[in-house]
Design a binder for this molecule. Structure first.
Ligand code: AHR
Length: 655
């Protein structure tokens, strides 16, 4: 995150600090640190929606690389003499293309791929092209691979080119490095047959050499870095609705997402047709970013992995008929999937699934502690099925924490039915989802104050403020999320984790807004909501401090003028950290008293997120419009007097 020293902001704050008459007073008691804040408190929820995986975090640049989309040539233009065949070397992805000599030296056989919203490459960077290929009998074949840029005259110009000699009639992987001579944002990958002998090609792939952790075939660096920079405590994957599928056939099946990447069967992505107004017929899941990679990423960024599996219910929004789901007495394969997943993550290398993990390059266990069963499920059909999973997991893996669902809404009939059921089933955490308007967020400051402390913990697993009539990213939504999060923090004894949703969106391929991080093929941008998440995660602290205004929690209650606040101490650093959100459109005189702070002067670093335009947000073209600004204050004899500007979220860090 960039911190700018904003002198105007500081001057305004200092000037205003002189006028403390009629100030609201927040009292923070440092003397008795309260509940511990779970290291998992602020985390990430990843779902392959908005081209978050293929076309996004997964750095593969070729769409439909295995010719396995419903139309095997989707994303490709094939020309000359070609044929799609289906007896290839990878049994779960059997299609490939055969190119033959077109009959005249001036004719061409070949194919070109449009990538994800274009193939975008950078000048002088290296790109790894690979292909599985074979020639007929022992006569070599030759292909020419090029990155082409449609130029101003609509000619096609090769910015990188290489020739590959195919020397074996056995399927063999060939690789070459392409280094473009110029930037191209909407290019193509083209392959031409350059021999009279035919050639057969399968799993045609192109990755930047520069990936997260420099892993070949890995993740897009800028996107992974944005995740890492949030220091997430928990990483929930792979969804969301894609866990359930539109029908059971299209549900996410983790076993299909591990092992050799070429043999992971392509799955449709339910988001390709979920919204007519955002219809993307070319949205499939290659599973190149699969469960192994999710575990690895969790480890890289220091987050506890939280996989979510199907409970045997297809999306209940789309399937009201019981016959669409697995009958409760046929759940065994689904339960086995859950048990096998735990073995894949944690089992010894001598176990079936632990062995696969080791073969994939990670003999050490991933240390899985949590598993989610079902996404947004509801009513009795869920409870009946979940019970079987709970029994099976408890008896084999009693230490694994199970996350159950409270349905798709944060209140109402389904929610009220499920919470007691989750208690009865003794799940460890209950996942709550809320995509709600401003009024809802403003009214939820004390949501968790009255929750039963003896039951399961809360996982606020999907949330975002969806402004009324404003389903796009904007500052005011982020501000209200910050306000709401004071209530999560104050209730850290019951709220164990929270994740904003969705995480990623491609500017040309989104289905759902708002989102935390936007990107195109070249750049990415952190939204205001991202900065809010980061300000919390960077300043998580270790223990809650009691924070009150006239004896009440500071939660935007009547008479509190839209102020929300929470505070923590960090026992590791000795810091006190106070978060204050002014949701009103007026500046407000404010005093903060830190009871128990030794008398004298204590320096305070303040980090403030502010925008004068509530509808504005950062964009790809203007990525730093709204960024946190740093300023300095001091507590004099336990007291800080200031005026908090309108519509601001400030974190005060007291040494
Ligand atoms: O985050 C987008 C979707 O919202 C998720 O897939 C689903 O769980 C919820 O309905």
């Amino acid at each position: 995150m960039k911190h700018f020293f904003n002198s105007t902001l500081i001057a305004a704050m200092l000037a205003a600090s002189l006028q403390s008459a009629a100030a609201e007073k927040i009292i923070v008691d440092t003397r008795k640190p309260g509940a511990e804040i779970s290291p998992t408190m602020y985390g990430l929820f990843f779902e392959d929606i908005n081209y978050a995986a293929d076309g996004g975090l997964y750095a593969e640049m070729i769409k439909n690389r295995s010719f396995e989309f419903t139309d095997p040539l989707m994303g490709w233009d094939a020309f000359g003499k070609f044929e799609i065949k289906s007896d290839g070397p990878f049994e779960r992805n059997p299609h490939y293309i055969r190119l033959e000599y077109p009959g005249h030296p001036h004719k061409r056989s070949g194919l070109q791929n449009e990538g994800f919203f274009g193939v975008s490459v950078k000048e002088n960077e290296n790109y790894q092209f690979s292909v599985w290929a074979r020639c007929d009998d022992s006569r070599n074949s030759k292909i020419e691979v090029s990155l082409v840029k449609p130029d101003m005259d609509e000619n096609f110009q090769a910015v990188a080119k290489a020739t590959i000699e195919i020397t074996s009639a056995e399927w063999t992987r060939y690789t070459v490095t392409l280094t473009p001579s110029m930037n191209v944002s909407d290019g193509l990958l083209r392959i031409m047959l350059r021999s009279e002998n035919p050639v057969e090609l399968e799993h045609i792939s192109l990755f930047p050499e520069d990936t997260w952790q420099n892993r070949p075939g890995g993740l897009r660096r800028d996107l992974a870095e944005k995740l890492d920079s949030l220091h997430p405590g928990i990483f929930r994957f792979p969804g969301g609705c894609i866990v359930e599928g539109t029908d059971l056939d299209s549900r996410y099946q983790w076993k299909n997402s591990v092992g050799q990447v070429e043999n992971r069967p392509v799955n449709e992505n339910r988001w390709h047709y979920t919204f007519d107004h955002r219809y993307f017929p070319d949205y499939f899941q290659s599973y190149g970013l699969g469960f192994f990679e999710f575990f690895q990423l969790s480890e890289d960024i220091g987050a506890e992995p939280l996989p979510v599996l199907s409970v045997g219910l297809a999306c209940q929004f789309q399937n009201s008929d019981e016959s669409a789901h697995v009958s409760p007495d046929s759940l065994k394969p689904y339960i086995d999937d859950a048990l096998d997943l735990i073995e894949f993550a944690n089992g010894p290398v001598t176990s079936t699934w632990g062995k696969l993990r080791a073969e994939m390059g990670h003999p050490e266990p991933f240390g899985l502690k949590y598993i989610g069963i079902g996404n947004e499920q509801w009513d009795e059909p869920y409870v009946i099925r979940l019970r079987q999973f709970v029994d099976a997991i408890r008896s084999r893996y009693p230490d694994i924490k199970i996350v159950g669902s409270s349905g798709p809404s944060p209140e109402g009939k389904r929610f009220d039915y499920l919470w007691p059921q989750m208690k009865e089933l003794k799940v460890d955490l209950v996942d709550e989802h809320f995509y709600s308007p401003e009024s809802w967020f403003l009214a939820q400051g004390t949501r968790y104050d009255g929750y039963d402390r003896k039951g399961p913990k809360v996982f606020a697993g999907e949330y975002a403020c969806h402004g009324k009539g404003k389903k796009f990213n904007h500052f005011n939504a982020a501000l209200l999320e910050a306000a709401f999060m004071t209530g999560l923090e104050r209730n850290a004894d019951i709220v164990e984790m929270a994740t904003y949703a969705p995480l990623f969106a491609h500017v040309k391929g989104w289905q759902w807004r708002p989102d935390l991080i936007w990107f195109d093929n070249e750049k990415s941008v952190a939204t205001s909501s991202y900065h809010v998440q980061k300000m919390y995660a960077d300043n998580r602290g270790t223990n809650v401090l009691q924070t009150t205004m006239a004896g009440h929690p500071v939660a935007g209650l009547e008479g509190q003028n839209g102020i929300f606040s929470s505070a923590v101490t960090d026992k590791r650093t000795g810091q006190y950290i106070i978060k204050v959100v002014n949701t009103s459109s007026e500046p407000q005189p404010l005093e903060i008293e830190l009871k128990g702070l030794p008398k004298g002067t204590h320096q305070v670093k303040a980090i403030t997120l502010q925008s004068s335009d509530p509808d504005a947000d950062n964009t790809i073209d203007n990525p730093y419009l709204i960024t946190p600004a740093e300023s300095q204050f001091a507590f004099e004899n336990q007291l800080l007097s200031t005026t908090i500007p309108a519509s601001t979220f400030t974190v005060y860090i007291v040494q």
